[in-house]
Design a protein. Structure first.
Ligand code: SF4
Length: 332
C-alpha cells in the first residue's frame, strides 16, 4: 500500500527494533513476489539457499540445477551437462521434475560452473527458491498415438511464463496430452490435461507429506483461456496465502473452496481479474536469470568465498566413490 520496496525503509516506516528472523524471510518473500526482486538484490534478508542461489547439502556442498523447461533437452545440452559435471566432478541425478541435478559443488566453484552452463544456453532452475520448479510434460501428440494435443510445447511455454516468479512456497505444473495422465498433472499445483474439445485445467494438487489431487477449475477451454485462468489463480494465491503455505492447504482453507475460486478466476466476482492479469504480466516481463546476474556482477561473485579475508578453499569435505560416482563420505 505504501509502495515500500526495501527492508530498511519498511522497518523505519512501519516496524520496530532491528528486525528479526521471523519477519525478515517473510518480508523478503513478499518483496520478491510483488516486485520480482531477485534473490541477489534481497540478499541480506534471504536464507542460505537464496543467498548463494543453490541448495546447501548435508555435507556443506551445493547443488547446481539448470532449468530444463518441460523436460525437453537437446543432445548438445545433454553433452554440455555431462562435460561440465565431469570437469567439476559432480554427482548427477535425473529428478522427478524432469531435469538433471548436479551435486557436490564447493561454494567457490558455483560461479565458474554457472558461467559454463550459461555459455551453453542454460539458465537458473531456481531449485533453491520459493518459486516455480518445473512443468512436467508427457510426450503428447507429437510422438504418442493417444495424444489429443501437444503437451510438450504447452509445458515449455508455461514454464518459461512462470519461471522466476516468487511465491509463498514452491509450486509445480504438469501437462498431459490425454486423460491417461502420464505427466501426473493432477498431482501438481496447476495442471492441464488435453481432452476432446480443449484443455481441462486443474489446481491445488500437491505431493509432499499430505499428497492431494488437484481439483477441476475449468473444462474444455482453449489454451489462451487456460493460461489466463492459471495466471489469475497463481496471482490470487500469491496475494492471499500464508508464508510457506502450498496451494493445496490454501485451497482447502479458502472459504467456499473451488467454487469460490472459480467465481474469482472465471466470473470475476471480486472485480480484480484485470488487476491480477496485469500483475502477472508484470512479473512475467520482469524475469531475469539470477545466475547470469550473479556471474556478471563482481560484488555478487565476491560472496562465493569460503573464508572472509582469504582466498583459501574448503578442503575438509570428503567424498568416496559409489556406483561410479562421488558421494558424501558419511553416506556411502
Ligand atoms: S498422457 Fe496420453 S498423450 Fe501423454 S504420453 Fe500418456 S498416453 Fe500419451
Amino acid at each position: 500500500m505504501k509502495g515500500i520496496t526495501d527492508y530498511d525503509t519498511l522497518l523505519d516506516e512501519v516496524g520496530t527494533g532491528n528486525g528479526c528472523e521471523v519477519c525478515k524471510p517473510a518480508v523478503a518473500a513478499i518483496f520478491a513476489s510483488l516486485y520480482n526482486e531477485t534473490a541477489n538484490r534481497q540478499e541480506t534478508i534471504q536464507d542460505t539457499n537464496d543467498r548463494y542461489l543453490a541448495n546447501i547439502q548435508r555435507n556443506g556442498t551445493y547443488s547446481v540445477v539448470p532449468r530444463v523447461a518441460g523436460g525437453e533437452i537437446t543432445p548438445k545440452q545433454l553433452m554440455a551437462i555431462g562435460r561440465i559435471a565431469q570437469k567439476y566432478d559432480l554427482y548427477t541425478k535425473i529428478t522427478g521434475g524432469q531435469r538433471i541435478d548436479m551435486f557436490g559443488a564447493k561454494l567457490h566453484e558455483l560461479p565458474p560452473i554457472w558461467e559454463e552452463l550459461i555459455a551453453e544456453g542454460f539458465e537458473t532452475g531456481q531449485a533453491y527458491g520459493k518459486s516455480l520448479r518445473t512443468v512436467k510434460s508427457c510426450v503428447g501428440s507429437t510422438w504418442c498415438r493417444y495424444g489429443m494435443d501437444e503437451s510438450v510445447s504447452f509445458a515449455v511455454e508455461i514454464e518459461h511464463r512462470y519461471k522466476g516468479i516468487r511465491s509463498p512456497h514452491k509450486f509445480k505444473g504438469g501437462v498431459s496430452g490425454c486423460i491417461r495422465e502420464c505427466a501426473e498433472a493432477r498431482g501438481k499445483d496447476f495442471g492441464f490435461i488435453a481432452v476432446e474439445g480443449g484443455w481441462n485445467v486443474y489446481v491445488g494438487g500437491n505431493g509432499g507429506a499430505t499428497p492431494k489431487h488437484a481439483l477441476l477449475l475449468a473444462e474444455k477451454v482453449d489454451k489462451e483461456t487456460a493460461i489466463k485462468y492459471v495466471d489469475r489463480f497463481i496471482m490470487f494465491y500469491i496475494k492471499t496465502a500464508q508464508p510457506l503455505q502450498r496451494t493445496a492447504p490454501w485451497l482447502e482453507k479458502l472459504e467456499g473452496g473451488i467454487t469460490y475460486l472459480q467465481n474469482v478466476v472465471i466470473n470475476d466476482s471480486l472485480g480484480i481479474a484485470k488487476q491480477l492479469d496485469y500483475e502477472m504480466q508484470a512479473l512475467v516481463d520482469s524475469y531475469v536469470c539470477e545466475w547470469k546476474e550473479a556471474v556478471e556482477t563482481p560484488e555478487i561473485r565476491e560472496r562465493y568465498t569460503h573464508f572472509v579475508n582469504s582466498e583459501e578453499t574448503d578442503n575438509n569435505i570428503e567424498f568416496v566413490s559409489l556406483r561410479d560416482q562421488k558421494m558424501p563420505k558419511e553416506w556411502a
